[in-house]
Design a protein around this ligand. Sequence first.
Ligand code: NAD
Length: 348
Amino acid sequence: MTVLITGAAGFIGYHLARRLLSEGHRVIGIDDHNAYYDPALKAAREAQLTPFPGYLSLRGGIQTPGLLTSIMARHRPRVVVHLAAQAGVRHSIEAPDAYLASNLGGTFQLLQAARAHPPAHLVMASSSSVYGGSPAMPYRETDRTDQPMSFYAATKKATEGMAHSYAALYGLPITMLRFFTVYGPWGRPDMAPFLFTQALMQDRPIPLFNRGRMQRDFTYVDDLIGAIRALMDVIPHHPAIPVAGDSLSPVAPWRVVNIGNGAPVPLMAFIDALQVATGRTARLQMLPMQPGDVAATWADTTLLDRLTGPREPTALAVGLARYVDWFTRYYGAGTRTAESMLHRIGAA
Ligand code: NAD
């Protein structure tokens, strides 16, 4: 089948594209390679995809009016996986405009394109951040999501509403995926696993917000990709047939699914495991809570498990060992600045 992936040079988009190409599917990837984090890392990821004959790389901003519509008209993808977004909780407080343009403007253009040339299934990335800072955990898809704590979370929540309206109005089958902190090879340089590993490698203190009293439902990237791949084939039907516990809409071919590990890890335990994986000893810099952050995330994965069958989540020690292996091959151990080593391209 032909699959359109927005954000294909991104962390998750790259892994998904690679998985689909290895299965023999045709993948059209669009990405603007913006400089939110080092574009060389995005180029290096995409360089792993271009040798596949089934890969078509397109460069452009998805918020450009009509761009996605012309791509969809030309290539008629069976499935669209929408991953392009301006990510990052803290950055959304400093630069909210980018979130408006990419997350709301980009998603609007995507929905318009899908309306004009409907795919069999539109799969879209949302985020655990939509659950806000609610202490009632684990988070279920049916929990309230009307109290975002950051502008990033607010835009993700807004895209859920926009997408639901297109599912209801135009019968577009849409699955909205709420990802929980993803880590693994080729990971994002603005996220804790990268920043912690880099600090350890450079023998610098690890900055710990909320004095380390945080927990995250860390999800290994291969597990996430396996779940997305399986859910691509589980198309929500219209009219919805409600099943107890499902997040199907009664009026639209629409479903929301958490993709997480299902086991929250205290940050101090994460750092312990990272010390083992790197063979280095951490120095910690305790910092106050950051505005926009939430203290904990934890996915209820009952629905995911029911839809995709039994999972065997990758153990943190295994996932971190693979991550550190990639990190040291890509950046080199003990480099002063990761950016200086970006020409090193390692295999995932
Ligand atoms: P990423 O930043 O690595 O990937 C996003 C890609 O989209 C980037 O390559 C970027 O260049 C591209 N992009 C951004 N705006 C664009 C635009 N307007 N036009 C074209 N391309 C654009 O992020 P990721 O970690 O791979 O995240 C993928 C999706 O998953 C995002 O929607 C993100 O919000 C969501 N998500 C990720 C996590 C996580 O832990 N990584 C958690 C929750 C949700």
